[in-house]
Every structure is written in C-alpha cells, then in structure tokens.
Design a protein around this ligand. Sequence first.
Ligand code: ADP
Length: 385
Amino acid sequence: MTADDYICHMQKVGILGGGQLGRMLLQAAANYPVETFVLENDAECPSAHLCDHFTKGDIRSFDAVYQFGKGLDAITIEIENVNTEALEKLESEGVKVFPKPSVLKTIRNKILQKKYYADNSIPSPAYIVTDNLAALQQQSDFLPAVHKIGEGGYDGKGVQVLRKPEDITKGFDAPSVLEKMVDIDKEIAQMVAVSSTGEIALYPPVEMLFDHSLNLLDFQLCPATINEKTLWKVEAIAVQVVKNFKSPGIFAIELFVDRSGAVLVNETAPRVHNSGHHTIEAHFSSQFDMLWRIILGFPLGNTDAILPSVMVNVIGAEGYSGKVKYEGLEEVLGIDNAFVHLYGKKATKPGRKMGHVTVLSKEKQELIHQANKIKSLLSVQSTSD
Ligand code: ADP
C-alpha cells in the first residue's frame, strides 16, 4: 500500500453526543479523509447538520450505542455519560475507541477517579468517601470540604461547598467524595494528546478565572501566568495522569495551584474540552485537529501557541429563556483578532453555554481588557415571540 492509498481510505468515525464539542470536532473533520457519524437524542443538536450521518438515539443505551458503532472503524465521545458496556463490546470486535472504555469508567465516577489518583501517587486533594447523608453527618471534623457526587454531576451541579457542620444538609444523599477544601491560588487546565503509539504532546497550560455565582468559567487565559517550577510540576503530573490510563486520546486535566505552591489534580476529562477552545485559532494544531490526527493514525500536531489568547464563554443571561437573540454581536465581531463561535443552539436559558469568543494578542493586559469588553458587550437574550 502506498501513502496515497492510505490517504484515500476514508475511515468511518462515530461521535457519541451532539453538543458544541462534537460540532467543533466536525468542523475540523472537513480537512481529513473521514466519514462522520453522530449519535444523539436531539435531532436539532449543534452537531446534527455538520455530520455526514446523523442517528437519533440515546448514548446511554446499550443497543443504541452498539448498533451505531457496529461497522465503524473508530468511535469517540464528546461527553462521558455514555454506555461503556456497548463500547467494550465494540472494542472487543475491533472498533477502535478513543479514549478506551476502561478510562471512561474510571473517570466518570468521581470515587473511582480519586482512587485512581491515589493508586498512582498523583497529587490530588485529600478525601474520604461518603455513601449517604447519614455517613456524611459523621464527618464534621473533615470540614471545610467540598462534597462531590460520585456519578451524574457536571458544570458545578454535583458539587457542594461544606464550610461548617450546619452546611452538611446541603450534601448529597448518594455515594460521593468529600474532599478537603484547597486554599486555591490558581486554577489551571492542561490539555494533553496521546497517540495510539504512546507519543505525548502537551499544550501550554491555561489559567481559568471563574464566575463563582454561576459556578461556570468566566474567562480563560493562555498561557497561564505561573512560574517555571509550577509549570514543570503541572506538566509532570499531567504526563503521570495520562500514562497510567494506557489509552490514546485527548485529555483535559484540571489542576489547583495552592497558596503554598503545591499542584493538585482536581479532575480529568478524557476528551476535547472547554479549556481547549482557544486552540482553534491560537495554536498551530487545535485540540479538534489533534483528536482527528490521533483517531486516524496521523502524526501528532504542533501544540505551540501562535499568539497568547483569552477565551470568553458566551452564557445564556439571567432572566431569558426560549428562542435565542444575541445582543452586541456586531460590536464584538468588530474587535481586532476576536473570533466568535456560536453553537447553533435554538433555545437559551440562564447559564447555558451558547458560544465562546477567543481573542489573540501579544499583550496580556490587552487580552484581559478585551475579555471584559466582550463580557459587557455581548449578551444572550431571548425574543419575546
Ligand atoms: P465540575 O466537574 O462540576 O466542574 P469541579 O470538581 O471542577 O466540578 O468543581 C467545581 C469548582 O469547585 C472548581 O472549579 C473549584 O473552583 C471548586 N472546587 C472543587 N474542588 C475543590 C476543593 N477541593 N477545594 C476548593 N475548591 C474546590
């Protein structure tokens, strides 16, 4: 087989989930010899009209995932909450799965994820497991702490801060992790790419700044402003996390730097991630481009930044629900080096991720200035009709 034969072989690749991550993955797919398939329950989801083949179905159902995956060359995910038994069967039948189902099983349960860090000597906040509210009530000596539900939490919805014993009633009456409160200096995210042959490429880490009222990311700077020693720790820990998974794929590792300079893993996502959106314009190979290279067996891309960047999430404004209307879009599009991504969601609601904007500049002060300007200009509202 010559190199040209190889390039011409169109691989059939499926994506489980049809949200914005799938949509941006499909945008990058257009550059490659790949035929794309999406499985998702909502036929009007952000990915529905960008893939070659759309299948309406439940990504949590064994039959739906198995039928969808049979006959594909490879399958990947844009959300962890998928049927892993079906993925294991597909894997045993020769479909390549990115990441491996074993990784998904470890990561999507916070109790197993914390155990994985402990078993592999990966620094992460100290924790205990609580099976129910009665068990949590016995742990007031462990406070202040953060209670995290084992399965089913996302975007802060499965997380409760418990500062004092009176807060315990806010905890979860289900198997959960109770994690020591960290005195956070910075929140960092490190994207890592792992090829099928075990090669690793690291993106520069980003620094996240949060809107604590909504528990959602406010904006994100790349590169993170951390000293060299902290950078080395972040990189070494990130490599340690992915190496032990023994799985190709793209990984987002969220870390805390505490006020003593210690670096601790908060959590890992084994997929393309919100903290890699800026890589579309700001890096030579974006996280989406990179995942296609990994799936299709091509060399890893260049993770270097073309320029420093800031990324602002565009979130549904408080008080507006229904058919979406964007205020201030023209002004934002008029900003130099601002790149707007709208996810094509038909309806908005408070706090919903509707898009993001990336700005590139050599100057960090300019990036922060533009991020604040975008936040004040752009608002996601709804039409009255
Ligand atoms: P989710 O997966 O829902 O985003 P996280 O585990 O990332 O939940 O927690 C959400 C936020 O809560 C974090 O970004 C951080 O600001 C805060 N947080 C989580 N764990 C701790 C901790 N152990 N100590 C202090 N703050 C924490």
